[in-house]
Write a protein that binds this ligand. Structure first.
Ligand code: FNR
Length: 314
């Protein structure tokens, strides 16, 4: 492999070499048979395009907004725990990369750095991810601390087994005035319930295939959720996004943006802040090329008609 990686897969290999096996396996692995882990990426590969060529694509604009916050491309950093396993600067390095790339970072409840450290390190737009903990005061304190430190939204992860899908709890989170995104929705039913309690956005996610094996690949259920939401609130997606073409596919199926989890960790492990920047920049370059070759000068131009109608199989 050339010393400068040219795609996410090459960063994955660099990370494999850079990290102790135990750390790499922790980042890289999925639940049980890892069926869903494989499917998260494979399902993207089954989708093909309907490119338009008779379009002026001399200028490509990838910029968009997420909950009203501007970002250079429809790419966000997903919340993942323990960035210091990858690099001594941990989440501070990740946040600086997010700022340099003009993208939004969701910081994990399980981060190694504090919200104060991350907030004071750079001016990246940050969301804070948390769970509905058994002890509500723990959730409340962490959310309020994030709010005090300038985090712009709360991302509530609802797919972890200990807490289950307790929609009523979401409604009772009057501990913050920040908008709340619910992360971990895979069905129309849950999307509707989340909307009923007034969330600001939904993240279609299976937790990077780390929780329930044989849950569906996220891209295969995106359209179901998007239909149920009916454009009322934004729908984001994560899981298996490794190429600019994957981002385009998710946007064509109605996502406002994608989040990336492991690719960021690979970049961080391989080359620290610079590595994270490279991963995001590579994905942006790939997306820009895909938009140009598909006849979509702006992200709003990316529609369902740019993909073939057959639903991806599972
Ligand atoms: C995660 N994920 C996660 N999600 C969350 O809500 N809170 C967390 O603390 C973590 N921690 C975490 C650690 C590691 C090592 C991984 C790989 C993932 C899930 C994460 O937010 C996201 O849903 C997936 O990582 C997206 O899939 P890809 O991009 O990794 O395929």
């Amino acid at each position: 492999m050339a010393s400068e990686p040219v795609n996410v897969n090459e960063f994955q290999e660099l990370a494999r070499r850079a990290l102790p096996k135990m750390y790499f396996d922790f980042y890289n692995g999925g639940a049980e048979d890892q069926h869903t882990l494989r499917e998260n990426t494979e399902a993207f590969r089954r989708i093909t395009f309907r490119p338009r060529v008779l379009v002026d694509v001399s200028r490509i604009d990838m910029s968009t907004t997420i909950l009203g916050y501007p970002t250079s491309a429809p790419i966000m950093i997903a919340p993942t725990g323990m960035h210091k396993l990858a690099h001594p600067e941990g989440e501070v390095a990740t946040a600086r990369a997010a700022a340099a790339c003009n993208t939004i970072m969701a910081m994990s409840f399980a981060a190694d750095c504090t919200v104060e450290e991350v907030a004071s390190s750079c001016n990246a737009i940050r969301f804070f991810q948390t769970y509905v903990c058994k002890r509500r005061d723990v959730t409340a304190v962490s959310v309020q601390r994030a709010e005090r430190n300038g985090f712009k939204a709360i991302m509530l992860t609802v797919d972890t087994p200990r807490i289950g899908r307790r929609e009523a709890d979401i409604k009772n989170k009057s501990v913050t005035s920040l908008p709340i995104l619910v992360k971990g929705v895979l069905t129309a039913e849950d999307a509707i319930k989340a909307m009923e309690v007034g969330v600001a956005g939904i993240v279609v996610s299976n937790h990077g295939a780390r929780q329930l094996d044989y849950s569906p690949a996220t891209i295969t259920v995106l359209e179901e959720v998007v239909r149920a939401v009916g454009g009322k609130i934004p729908v984001l997606i994560d899981g298996g996004v490794r190429r600019g073409t994957d981002i385009f596919k998710a946007l064509a199926l109605g996502a406002q943006a994608v989040m990336i989890g492991r690719p960021v960790l690979y970049g961080l492990a391989a080359k620290g802040e610079y590595g994270v920047r490279r991963v995001i920049d590579m994905l942006k370059d790939e997306l820009e090329l895909t938009m140009a070759l598909s006849g979509c000068p702006t992200v709003k131009d990316i529609t369902r008609s740019h993909e073939r109608s057959r639903q991806p199989e599972q």
